[in-house]
Ligand binder design. Structure first.
Ligand SMILES: Cc1cc2nc3c(=O)[nH]c(=O)nc-3n(C[C@H](O)[C@H](O)[C@H](O)COP(=O)(O)OP(=O)(O)OC[C@H]3O[C@@H](n4cnc5c(N)ncnc54)[C@H](O)[C@@H]3O)c2cc1C
Length: 266
């Protein structure tokens, strides 16, 4: 690792001052520190968000949950209120990566990084969540802009994400055993008015909605109905871990499982 400067402010205002001077935000370091060690990224100054008061708050109400950017995956997974009100989201957090990643990794870090195989972006997109930043609120549909790209501007921080609570939801994924990231993952959310949103991760250049499946499931929320819809392999990526047609097949299988899991969870 090369030498760098690090600030550890305790207020958001002080953190923003450092960002305005060119510092890079540091959350749990699960991506950023590894990429600095490999010299894929070389910031000279970091601003550690770990001591900024309130950024790790988790608030739960019957119809919405709000998770602070610095909430660790393990804390979301173990949160009693979250497990009661939005169990699919707690379950997703509890199956991210390995124990170290869950202990250190954060919601803000995942979505700012927007790895095309990350789990959380699919939950944001399928739930119709809102990203709350230091300057504005951004609908998840407008936040994720493809491979490692988001609507965040320089100097803008993710503060929290507000999720509407679906009536039923589930997340299913197939892990790539070496990286622990999903080869493909499917988050299904059904709301009280019957509208279904489905988001896919790991399959393409970034998280995306599966609109053909959403239309079918909004009429008939059963695994058998999901089975009638095929994900187009042309919309999936192929790489050394899996060809595109295998990823497309995984999405079909995981979609059916996600609907069955959501129905079982009630
Ligand atoms: C082995 C391994 C397996 C993993 N498996 C999974 C998985 O299965 N599913 C999954 O979803 N994720 C997975 N991850 C990612 C993990 O969940 C981390 O959260 C992710 O690596 C980001 O790390 P971090 O939260 O520590 O953020 P950092 O590494 O500290 O930061 C990541 C990026 O986000 C920026 N940033 C951080 N916080 C903010 C903020 N509040 N506002 C604006 N920008 C910010 C940083 O400047 C940096 O560019 C895995 C990671 C590893 C190393």
């Amino acid at each position: 690792m090369y030498a760098f400067e690090m600030h550890q402010p305790v207020t958001l205002e002080a953190a923003l001052d450092h960002l305005a001077s060119g510092a890079r935000p540091l959350a749990g370091g699960q991506t950023l520190l590894a990429s600095m060690k490999l010299r894929l990224s070389n910031p000279e100054t970091l601003v550690d968000l770990g001591r900024v008061a309130g950024l790790d708050a988790i608030e739960v109400a019957p119809d919405a949950v709000c998770i602070g950017a610095m909430a660790r995956h393990a804390d979301v997974a173990a949160h009693t209120g979250m497990r009661a009100v939005f169990p699919a989201l707690a379950d997703l957090a509890g199956r991210i990566g390995d124990r170290q990643v869950r202990a250190m990794g954060t919601l803000g870090g995942v979505i700012a990084n927007n790895d095309p195989a990350a789990c959380y972006p699919s939950a944001l997109l399928a739930s119709g969540a809102t990203v709350i930043t230091t300057g504005r609120e951004i609908a998840a549909d407008d936040f994720f802009l493809g491979l490692f790209a988001t609507a965040l501007q320089d100097g803008e921080l993710v503060c929290a994400v507000r999720f509407p609570v679906p009536r039923m939801a589930a997340y299913e994924k197939q892990r790539q055993p070496a990286s622990q990231f999903p080869l493909a993952g499917v988050f299904v959310a059904r709301f009280a008015d019957g509208i279904v949103r489905v988001a896919i991760t790991g399959a393409g250049g970034g998280v995306l909605r599966h609109t053909a499946l959403e239309a079918v499931l909004s009429e008939d929320f059963r695994p058998e109905a999901a089975a009638a819809v095929r994900f187009d392999p042309q919309d999936a990526v192929g790489d050394l871990h899996a060809p595109a047609d295998y990823r497309a097949h995984l999405i079909d299988v995981l979609s059916r499982r996600a609907v069955a899991s959501a129905l079982r969870a009630g």
